[in-house]
Write a protein that binds this ligand. Structure first.
Ligand code: HEC
Ligand code: HEC
Length: 303
């Protein structure tokens, strides 16, 4: 009799533990996915001040632009200096609309212009992960920028002109792999933000996406990522692209440096092989229908 009791209470205990474990493992998998979303989104490149041994995601990185220097905020869950009091909805609003919980507008030095394309699931997982990061009680420096980038209200006008908040639309005529690559390049991994020219107001030249930027704000020559313009990249094979983005080495044996070095360290170097292949499929395959490429072809044949 007592043996029976023991067994049944053991079973009850085991059942209780397993439901508990199930809830945890659900969270655990969201945290794990969220950590990966942080990697594909390159948050560390801008929000961890590695040069000055800053803490994980505690901000303070200076971003130099033609309009001045922006300092990235602390996005750890510290309640005073970080985003510890934010709800998931407030986080999603910031990431996809560029709007802070107090209703003010963010400067596009924060690439919400690309993050607007991120799926809700990715953003929810990312927030779940961010909630688990060590809180850091440290304020980031104020921005040091000139007009119109010192006026948050001015960003309303900027956004009306240059910000497209429409979600990512997969192209049903393309493979799942191609669409995953398109999502990464134009969404979380925001490759377009550096590899495209900008107008005098800092807006992306959307007719010339991925054609490169010879005069980037940091003085870097950013190469074209089109496959049809005779650029160096247009000669890369799919495996050159996968290898280059993983190891930071070009087919000629040169190392990719500058701000791409950070992208490789924090973003593409942490991607799964599957995601790198998806990027290679999207960027590398000569495909007349690809928006950016076909726009160039059109403008060239028209002139
Ligand atoms: C290219 C640099 C850059 C990258 C990459 C970047 N951010 Fe930021 N982020 C900024 C800047 C700059 C601001 C401040 C904008 C402002 O003050 O208007 C900011 C602001 C924020 C804010 C608002 C914080 C607050 O206190 O109001 C959040 C949240 C945020 N970023 C999250 C992220 C996440 C998550 C990622 C990765 C998916 C990311 N950022 C990647 C530059 C970046
Ligand atoms: C912060 C700006 C920035 C971002 C974001 C960025 N890149 Fe780059 N990229 C550069 C710079 C700068 C170079 C040139 C590096 C050099 O010459 O050492 C470069 C070079 C490259 C090259 C080498 C091309 C060639 O012809 O040599 C490839 C491929 C590339 N990037 C792919 C990507 C992909 C894919 C993404 C998105 C996952 C991305 N980049 C995001 C700045 C950026």
């Amino acid at each position: 009799m007592s043996k029976y009791f023991h067994v049944s209470s053991f079973v009850a205990l085991a059942l209780m533990t397993s439901t508990h474990a199930a809830a945890n493992s659900h969270d655990e998998s969201s945290i794990k996915r969220g950590k990966y979303v942080m990697d594909i989104g390159g948050c560390v490149s801008c929000h961890t001040d590695k040069k000055n041994k800053g803490k994980h995601l505690a901000g303070g990185v200076g971003l130099h632009t033609p309009f001045g220097t922006f300092y990235t905020p602390n996005i750890t869950p510290d309640e005073k200096y970080g985003i510890g009091t934010w709800t998931t909805e407030q986080f999603i609003e910031a990431m996809t609309q560029g709007v802070a919980p107090d209703g003010s507008h963010y400067f596009p030095a924060f690439p919400y212009t690309s993050y607007a394309k991120m799926t809700r699931q990715d953003l929810v997982d990312l927030k779940t992960y961010l909630d688990t990061v060590e809180p850091v009680a440290k304020a980031a420096p104020d921005h040091d920028v000139s007009f119109p980038f010192n006026v948050r209200e001015g960003m309303m006008v900027w956004k009306a002109l240059f910000f497209d908040d429409s979600p990512f639309k997969p192209d049903p005529s393309k493979s799942e792999k191609w669409n995953r690559g398109a999502y990464l390049v134009n969404g979380p991994s925001h490759c377009i933000e550096c590899h495209s020219p900008r107008n005098f107001m800092g807006g992306l030249d959307t007719d010339n996406l991925l054609t490169g930027e010879p005069k980037s704000p940091k003085g870097e020559k950013i190469p074209s990522l089109l496959n049809s313009d005779g650029s160096a990249f247009s000669k890369w094979s799919h495996s050159d692209t996968v290898f280059g983005l993983q190891m930071g080495m070009t087919p000629d044996g040169d190392f990719l440096g500058g701000s791409m070095g950070k992208v490789i360290a924090n973003t593409t170097g942490k991607m799964t092989e599957e995601d790198l292949k998806a990027i290679a499929t999207y960027l590398g395959k000569p495909d007349k229908k690809k928006t950016a490429a076909s726009k160039i072809e059109k403008s060239q044949s028209g002139s």
